[in-house]
Design a protein around this ligand. Structure first.
Ligand code: URA
Length: 262
């Protein structure tokens, strides 16, 4: 894919340690320890999901307050705030107009305290990556494909930032489902294994065992919305060389949005 990058975008990429002269869409080696480390074991426990009454009919503010008052799992007893999501500004009570939906794992300590997604170090990296694509949390949807919303699979922080438990994911998923239905994004960026497993569990057989690296580089689908898989920014903070792959994933998402995906 040809890239026309201006000085600002090149500066952002340099900050991300992405060298733009390297082949951005080069296939990943068949197996790397870092990718394998992102796979998780299958979930075998049957889970009873207590779906909130009338969730499918809720408007955006009702969904937001339902999440804020949710007690469907034990995370409600340890959280300071729920984290519904954030992104393009919208008039009071209306659904934000967005092209992009970015899905992470779960709030961390800072997010739990502030009630906002991705406000810590991983969030700064995410913002830098988005800026390199000409995107920002405050932009609105437009002809150039701007406007984004950031949310997580879990709306409450797992204590000590432990991994989400299958039953927590199952209880929280209906919220994400309805967020997608209301936001109607044109592209979803699934960051990290929990977002990927949650979004692709019904469309990709064996997704719970698939290394993330094997799911990258293709366009999947969730509720009819194209999904691009990438690494989580927190993982990138620990594995700086993987940033070039995330840039390739962002390029794929941008191409899909503009109808130019391979
Ligand atoms: N990591 C996530 O997955 N989500 C956040 O909101 C913050 C860190």
């Amino acid at each position: 894919m040809a890239l026309n990058l201006d000085t600002r975008q090149r500066a952002m990429l340099a900050e991300m340690h992405v060298r733009v002269w390297s082949p951005l869409t080069a296939p990943e080696p068949a197996s790397t320890p870092s990718v394998a480390a992102q796979s998780v074991p299958a979930v075998a426990v049957p889970i009873v999901v207590q779906r909130p009454e009338g969730l499918d009919q809720m408007d955006w503010p009702t969904l937001h307050s339902t999440v804020a008052n949710c007690q469907a799992c034990s995370l409600c007893s340890t959280r300071h705030h729920t984290v519904f999501g954030a992104g393009a500004p919208a008039p009071q009570g209306q659904v934000p107009q967005v092209d992009w939906l970015i899905v992470g794992e779960a709030p961390g300590e800072n997010e739990d305290l502030q009630g906002q997604p991705f406000v810590g170090q991983a969030g700064q990296l995410l913002d830098n990556m988005l800026r390199a694509c000409g995107l920002s949390r405050t932009a609105v949807a437009g002809p150039e494909g701007g406007g984004l919303y950031i949310t997580n699979v879990l709306k409450c922080r797992p204590p000590g930032n432990r991994n989400p438990k299958p039953e927590e994911v199952a209880q929280c998923e209906p919220y994400l489902q309805h967020q997608v239905a209301l936001l109607k994004p044109k592209i979803i960026l699934a960051m990290g294994r929990f977002a990927v497993q949650s979004l692709l569990q019904h469309s990709v057989p064996g997704v719970d065992k698939a290394p993330l690296g094997k799911l990258r580089g293709q366009v999947h689908s969730y509720q009819g919305v194209p999904v691009v898989v990438t690494y989580h920014p927190a993982y990138l903070l620990r594995n700086l060389p993987e940033k070039a792959k995330v840039w390739a994933d962002l390029c794929l998402a941008m191409a899909q949005l503009k109808g130019r995906a391979p």
